[in-house]
Design a protein around this ligand. Sequence first.
Ligand SMILES: [Zn+2]
Length: 190
Amino acid sequence: MPAEFPEFRLGTVLATSFTATLTERQGEAVERVPTPQRLTDWLAVSGLAVDSCTAAQLELARELRESIHAAATAAASGHALPAAAVHVINDRSAQGRAAAVLTPDGQRRWQLGAASAVEDALGVIAADAISIIAGERDGKLALCASPTCQAAFFDTSQSRTRRWCDMNTCGNRQKKARFNARQRKSPDLP
Ligand SMILES: [Zn+2]
């Protein structure tokens, strides 16, 4: 993997791992799928391996990603869902033809069409987004407490009090920022 590309931030929820391929939306945004090949890489580590991806398919993916972000943010804030975003999510879901298949050892795998693999993969992601936005799954949509992030994430903690989309990045940075602010306010006097 070439070092010049930012690493992925993979979570346990497919739809919000996907929206996390663009981070720091409210600060200096980091695009983690800058090329079709990087989307192919992301799909592979997300259980949706495809042989190839075109620039047009990457655009389709980004459009879905930002639509999921918009709809999930609205849902987390208790606002009405943006109609344009809902439209894109539904289109991608309807046009995907992935089949869920059971492996001999009892795992679910997604079987994607040879000619429509990226579209099928996007359909799986769209359906995953629908299930969390519709409140069908055990968990709660929330917004990351980092002011430069504010990403929508799916909180499956028992207490439903998770504050950050990702503990290792946003969570740590916030803790450090608060620590530094305290240091500035009360400098150690000689
Ligand atoms: Zn965050």
